[in-house]
Design a protein around this ligand. Structure first.
Ligand code: ASC
Length: 551
């Protein structure tokens, strides 16, 4: 295995992700940031220098479990102090499992500002994937607003509340088209056909293929808000990987992908080779006001021109039955690690939209998460009293809460308390969805766990009951790091607390996390040996270091 070094500078720059010039957060002058490619077992070392003028930054390596390096998880106020302008922080961590991953900012709304890129881990030398392919491509999906993230964040924390609204564009590898459509001539749209130079920043990323070959398409979603459906016109796909875990191969026409998820699919170029085909990413789960993101599958030796057929038709945005049946198709590949058959602890998390002093929030068991000034990892390790709320949040919610109705009393509180998890204990979490503040509204939330993969034991409708607990899938549940809760439904997961650290578990919709939709798991922190000083040189841990050094 190798040690792979990267020197990165994060900075704002002018860029036209969807043909409209804006300010984006880039890395080394690139948007999206550079792709990291490594082999399982390698060590990645990223020297990250903050070239933003007046704000801190961190980067989270989404899906990488950070065994023995919990300070490198890249979560502001949780695993480390933010990196200040002109400072360099060294992220050093092992990528221990092959798969499709990505990285992104995890401070304020910096992911929405464009701070993201792909992280791809190939199998180690001498190892093989359990499937064959002739070539591969990688698509990183995101959504893009013309309103800058500062305005977005201020709106979310204002009274009256200003919602960010739906995105202007869906980007595929950082490229979308706002004021025109690649498919104007073949779909019923009022937009005009794009006339783009191939080297324009918003020109689509074209996939060049040979006929009669099999390709692996790696797809990851780092959207701020949007749930997407991805399809390749006229081609079937076989799903083989989810969130860096092999799954039982299953043939599908298209895939639902929620923010924080990744998949690999195989497709064979067995269609009429005299034409090109569309790849589309269409908004689902919220009333779409954003045209699909599009790119082109270009069969050799055709020119990379616009396909003559219409883009694929996706399921209706509110066809949740379709989404549920898709999610239920994902099961573990035979021979994958199985979950332990019993649990040590069950935590039931009610997801509600709330008000605090007139401000809109999201709460979990009636507590809206606010992050403390001193990152948890250091304050917990050194027992610094007063760094965050002493009282841990509850493991359950009131039994008579009606999840089908808007909250009777929408007032909630904010808090920074943590769930303390014992080393090697087996934890079940039941994510319980509910009605939002408006009547007859319940939204999709993709939940992402840091530091772990978990088994998805099942999805269900309504309020989770003891009956449901007996019917969980312990036979072949898939391992993942992100899972969705459907409107008015619940989702059950299980994980083994085998990774000392402080780990966020949160809705991956960035404005929702910003509004408090997450919890913190403090796991066996007493087992962590030496935390690098640069991760904790702020707040109360910074003061402690100063005293220790006789400052
Ligand atoms: O957090 C959210 O706020 C809006 C809406 O509920 C209020 O405008 C919305 O759709 C969200 O997901």
């Amino acid at each position: 295995s190798k040690v792979r070094h990267f020197r990165w500078e994060v900075g704002y720059m002018f860029w036209s992700p969807d043909c409209v010039e804006n300010v984006v957060m880039g890395i080394n002058g690139q948007f999206p940031g550079p792709t990291i490619r490594a082999k399982a077992g390698d060590t990645i070392v990223v020297h990250l220098t903050n070239k933003l003028h007046t704000e801190g930054v961190v980067i989270h390596w989404h899906g990488i479990r950070q065994f023995e390096t919990p300070w490198a998880d890249g979560t502001a106020s949780i695993s480390q102090c933010v990196i200040n302008p002109e400072e360099t922080f060294v992220y050093r961590f092992k990528v221990d499992k092959a798969g499709t991953y990505f990285y992104h900012g995890h401070y304020g709304m910096q992911r929405s500002a464009g701070l993201y890129g792909s992280l791809i881990v190939d199998v180690a030398d001498g190892e093989k994937d359990p499937f064959h392919y002739d070539g591969e491509f990688s698509l990183l999906l995101s959504d893009w607003w013309h309103k800058n993230v500062h305005d977005q964040a201020v709106g979310l924390s204002s009274n009256p509340f200003r919602w960010i609204g739906e995105p202007q564009s869906i980007l595929i590898n950082g490229r979308g088209q706002y004021n025109c459509s690649l498919a104007a001539h073949v779909s019923n749209t009022s937009s005009s056909l794009c006339s783009l130079r191939g080297d324009a920043q918003c020109a689509p990323h074209v996939l060049h293929v040979q006929p009669n070959k099999t390709y692996r398409l790696r797809i990851a979603s780092t959207t701020s808000l949007s749930s997407l459906n991805l399809a390749i016109g006229h081609h079937k796909m076989i799903l083989v990987e989810a969130d860096g875990n092999y799954i039982k191969p299953v043939a599908v026409d298209n895939i639902d992908i929620y923010s924080g998820e990744s998949y690999s699919v195989l497709f064979t170029t067995d269609q009429n080779p005299s034409t090109n085909y569309w790849i589309s990413a269409t908004v689902r789960g919220r009333h779409p006001q954003t045209p699909p993101g599009l790119t082109i599958l270009n069969y050799h030796p055709n020119s990379p021109s616009i396909p003559t057929s219409a883009p694929p038709v996706s399921p209706a945005w509110d066809d949740y039955g379709y989404s549920k049946s898709f999610s239920n198709k994902i099961i573990a590949l035979q021979g994958s690690p199985k979950p332990p058959i019993r649990r040590d602890r069950q935590i039931i998390l009610l997801n509600t939209q709330n008000k605090i002093n007139g401000f809109n929030k999201w709460s979990i068991n009636n507590i809206s998460l606010v992050l403390p000034a001193t990152p948890y990892l250091g304050s917990i390790k050194f027992g610094l009293k007063g760094a965050f709320d002493h009282q841990g949040p509850p493991d359950n919610f009131s039994r008579n809460y009606d999840i089908m109705k808007p909250p009777m009393n929408p007032n909630s509180t904010q808090g920074s308390g943590v769930y303390t998890i014992h080393f090697n204990s087996i934890v079940d979490v039941i994510l319980q969805n509910a009605n939002a503040m408006a009547a007859n509204v319940s939204e999709i939330h993709p939940w992402h766990l840091h530091g772990h993969d978990f088994w998805v034991l099942g999805y269900g409708e309504g309020k989770f009951s003891e009956k449901d607990a007996k019917r969980l899938n312990l036979k072949n549940p898939p391992l993942r790091n992100t899972v969705v809760i459907f409107p008015y439904g619940w989702t059950a997961i299980r994980f083994v607390a085998d990774n000392p650290g402080v780990w966020a578990f949160h809705c991956h919709i960035e404005p929702h996390l910003h509004m408090g939709m997450g919890v913190i798991f403090s796991e066996a922190v007493e087992r962590i040996k030496k935390i690098p000083e640069e991760a904790i040189a702020c707040g109360l841990t910074g003061k402690m270091l100063m005293h220790n050094h006789g400052g």
